[in-house]
Design a protein around this ligand. Structure first.
Ligand code: ATP
Ligand code: MN
Length: 535
């Protein structure tokens, strides 16, 4: 090894503040070339013909929401929204498990990374990640923001992630549900991950932390959305649950990319929390998604994919491991990325839903009441992949299009969203990237080129002067024409062979919305309720 590399190892930083000691080597802030070399030497993965590193995530090929806990203590007891999403974990059990993990790390080679989240300096969170896998450390290099060499010298850690996939909890004594866990301790500022090598747990863990800190301490709205900006500085944001198209639709050759998944909205701007993208690659083609395709090169990681032997060309159609095959890459891999990743307050907001009923129109315009109602509802169908156990589309309502990552009650975020809606003139659109021509099983997925054309038309103001009609149940305004989209595609009812079956399904879905909204009754004003479906 060169002297230069030896110096890196000898960096005078300790882990004593965390009580961590290891008899093996500790590698601080290695660069991608070094990390790829380590990953290959450690037999963590393979090199593919694009230069991207391929790695498997093991048993877990998605997040495990049932094994995500938040430590319940004086800070969180009365602030966190406890339940199935934020499952309480005792301080005692946390301390014991932490001790066990520290002990586990004693004979492990470690990869440490210093990084930050939040492209707006004012809200930046400094993070230190401790990994046992080199490829995980590279994932963090890709996904979090990368400090400069100078910043590293004076780096002060504010939040620690310890991720040890080979450490397995003993549910009987540790208080976990299974061997795997992701536990957020907001007081001690530690995220503990064990028993799973799904790298997405690290990024979504920090997202949850920011979803606590930003609205709670700073009044900044944190959002599960992608964002891009046009040549005139017109920002668009795309809210949506997993698989609805945030990453795909935010990559647009005519617009600058701000980010594909997590953003904050403060007084003056929208800013990315991350430094990279995490795109689905199942059935990826250059024709349909050229920006993502081209981003897969040296520095990118492809997860759970399979390649053709000998040539090492990735076979994106292969679902042998999972449907949730992914790639992570630094945002700079997208040619028109905006750096630092922030832009003006949005002019257009898109709510993306992958409606498996085939009821929601492919594009419609919402008034303020409907915007609030749909934001709080967060309707979609979960598609196979990102979460353990989801194999076919399943109807879900996830408040604010991201309830799984919200430590506070959804109404906190809805209040902030409502204030911003009141203050700024924003167009809000509902986009169905899901089924058309019938429900899942009968109809088919909306063509990506049509969805792209509808979004482009909305952004270019080409839907400002067309005629609209109201949807019979949802009351949303459906444009009757749109450039580059056949008229009949715009009306979901027209795409169904059996019109009565459509009307029935639309009422059924409307009823599900009403039922789901019951729990927000205390919060909902008359104004918000005016946005509800009627039938
Ligand atoms: P996550 O939160 O898990 O990152 P996401 O919202 O970013 O999810 P994408 O990664 O954009 O979701 O996934 C959308 C997937 O659906 C892509 O694989 C894309 O190719 C596919 N797709 C098919 N039809 C459409 C459509 N009409 N609009 C958008 N995406 C579509
Ligand atoms: Mn995404």
């Amino acid at each position: 090894m060169s002297t230069q590399e030896l110096e890196i190892q000898a960096m005078p930083k300790g882990l004593s503040d965390l009580g961590i000691e290891t008899s093996k080597q500790v590698f601080w802030n290695l660069h991608p070339a070094q990390l790829v070399e380590h990953a290959l030497q450690n037999q963590e993965g393979y090199l593919t013909d694009t230069g991207a590193l391929m790695a498997d995530t093991g048993t877990f090929t998605g997040r495990s929401p049932k094994d995500r806990f938040v430590v319940q203590d004086s800070l969180t007891e009365n602030s966190v929204w406890w339940g199935d999403i934020n499952i309480p974990f005792s301080e005692d059990n946390f301390d014991k498990l932490y001790g066990k993990m520290i002990n586990f790390l004693k004979d492990k080679q470690l990869y440490i990374r210093e990084a930050y989240a939040g492209a707006d300096d004012k809200y930046r969170l400094n993070i230190r990640v401790i990994n046992t896998l080199a490829w995980h450390n590279m994932f963090c290099y890709n996904m979090f923001l990368r400090p400069t060499a100078n910043e590293i010298e004076t780096f002060e850690n504010e939040f620690t992630i310890i991720c040890a996939p080979n450490f397995k909890a003993d549910p009987a004594v540790d208080g976990t549900r299974q061997e795997n866990f992701a536990i957020i301790n907001l007081s001690k500022k530690i995220l503990l991950i064990g028993g799973t090598a799904y790298a997405g747990e690290m990024k979504k863990g920090i997202f949850s932390v920011l979803n606590f800190l930003l609205p709670h301490q700073h009044g900044v709205l944190s959002m599960h959305c992608s964002a891009n900006v046009g040549k005139k500085g017109d920002t668009a944001i795309f809210f949506g649950l997993s698989g609805t198209g945030k990453t795909t639709l935010s990559a647009d050759p005519n617009r600058g990319l701000i980010g594909d998944d997590e953003h904050g909205w403060n007084e003056t701007s929208v800013f990315n929390f991350e430094g990279g993208c995490y795109a689905k690659v199942i059935d990826l083609s250059r024709e349909k998604e050229p920006e993502i395709w081209d981003a897969i090169k040296f520095g990118a990681i492809v997860e759970n994919t399979r390649f053709y032997p000998l040539t090492r060309t990735v076979d994106y159609g292969n679902k042998e491991v999972t449907e949730n095959t992914r790639t992570s890459y630094p945002i700079e891999h997208i040619e028109n990325a905006i750096i630092p990743s922030k832009a003006d307050i949005p002019k257009n907001i898109f709510f993306l839903t992958a409606d498996a009923f085939g009821v929601i129109p492919p594009i419609s315009k919402l008034n303020k009441s409907q915007a609030m109602y749909h934001f709080i509802s967060g309707y979609t169908a979960k598609v196979a992949g990102t979460e353990v156990g989801v194999t076919e589309p399943k109807t879900t309502f996830s408040a604010c299009f991201g309830a799984a990552f919200l430590p506070l009650h959804p109404t906190k975020y809805a209040e902030l969203f409502g204030e911003k809606m009141e203050k700024h003139q924003v167009n809000v659109w509902l986009i169905n990237t899901g089924w058309t021509g019938g429900p899942y099983g009968v109809g088919s997925r909306m063509k990506l080129k049509y969805t792209r054309a509808m979004i482009t038309a909305a952004l270019n103001g080409e839907l400002d002067n067309v005629s609209y009609r109201k949807h019979s149940v949802f009351g949303v305004a459906i444009p009757e024409s749109c450039p580059n989209v056949p008229d009949e595609v715009l009306s979901p009812r027209a795409t169904w062979a059996d019109k009565e079956a459509y009307d029935k399904k639309a009422r059924e879905l409307g009823a599900e919305f009403i039922k789901n909204f019951e729990k927000y009754r205390d919060f909902a004003t008359e104004d918000i309720l005016a946005g509800a479906p009627k039938f």
